[in-house]
Design a protein around this ligand. Structure first.
Ligand code: AKG
Length: 283
């Protein structure tokens, strides 16, 4: 299944995973978000959405959200798209209320200063439909293939628009270089999404996950979640604390050195990609 998903992702810049979570998981997420939305004001600007509520830093707001960020089908894809020890860049909910206008076209990696097109994804975004996404209630709109564009902008360019119409429990996974926007909500109901984004292990995540889930809270997280939060090393040094692996702050018994064999093996994995970027590294 992952090969088929990757083929579509590579061609279009996105793939939709239909009905990837069941009604029970949707209910758990809906219940988990409710107390945070209760007194949540609308967005502070047109980008956040003046008729939208967003709840940020979901990695620190409960196990239901961490479980979603670790969804096996998403992880299987991202394991192939980003380098080992990739990070959770942000995780937020976005509820569009009636009357919300379309967002400005944007990409989710524009804040990383790198020429386009990128030789490899810098970041991968996922938007989970927690309620049905329809054309009327503001389904995310994407421009197929635009992850390969150079410096073109959708406002000055002919392009197709694909609304990610999908039932609750489905997700759209896209290269953060893909041009997209939240749609307009001209229905009478709301549209709830939860959006985790993942970035290369050598980029600064949008949210400071190590403050959101400090070492004591990270003790109850899965190994993968700790890695994604930044209790991990991009070999040989990125992420170190006192010259040592940051997991030592979570687990005082943790003794692996950041340049242990396994970590050095990760470096070997990374090299072919590095070679692609800078041929001089081959020497
Ligand atoms: O709500 C959506 O459908 C898209 C939101 C989005 O792309 C963003 O805020 O970066």
């Amino acid at each position: 299944m992952v090969e088929a998903d990757l083929e579509i992702f590579d061609r279009d810049g996105y793939v939709i995973l239909e009905n990837a979570i069941d009604a029970q998981q949707i209910a758990e997420l809906t219940a988990a978000i409710a107390p945070h939305e209760a007194d949540r004001p609308m967005g502070r600007n047109a980008f956040e959405g003046q008729k939208s509520q967003r709840v940020y830093s979901l990695a620190g707001k409960g196990a239901a959200f961490q479980k979603l960020a670790e969804h096996p089908r998403v992880i299987a894809l991202i394991d192939r798209l980003l380098m080992p020890n990739y990070l959770l860049s942000t995780m937020q909910s976005i509820r569009l209320h009636p009357g919300e206008k379309p967002q400005a076209w944007h990409t989710d990696d524009a804040f990383y200063f790198a020429p386009r097109p990128h030789p490899l994804p810098l970041s991968v975004s996922v938007i989970w439909a927690i309620e049905d996404f329809t054309e009327a209630n503001g389904a995310t709109e994407v421009i197929p293939g635009s992850h390969r564009w150079g410096m073109e902008h959708p406002d000055h360019q002919d392009h197709d628009i694909h609304p990610a119409v999908m039932s609750a429990g489905s997700a759209i996974v896209f290269d953060a270089a893909l041009w997209h926007r939240g749609g307009s909500n001209h229905s009478r109901g709301s549209r709830l999404a939860i959006s985790p984004q993942y970035c290369q292990p050598w980029l600064r995540p949008q949210e400071s996950q190590l403050l959101i889930v400090p070492p004591e809270a990270a003790r109850s997280c899965s190994d993968r979640m700790r890695t994604m939060l930044g209790y991990s090393i991009h070999p040989p040094f990125i992420g170190q604390v006192d010259g040592m692996h940051p997991l030592r702050l979570v687990d005082s018994g943790y003794r692996e050195h950041k340049t242990s064999d396994r970590v050095v093996a990760d470096r070997v994995l990374v090299r072919p990609v590095a070679n692609m970027i800078d041929p001089q590294l081959k020497q």
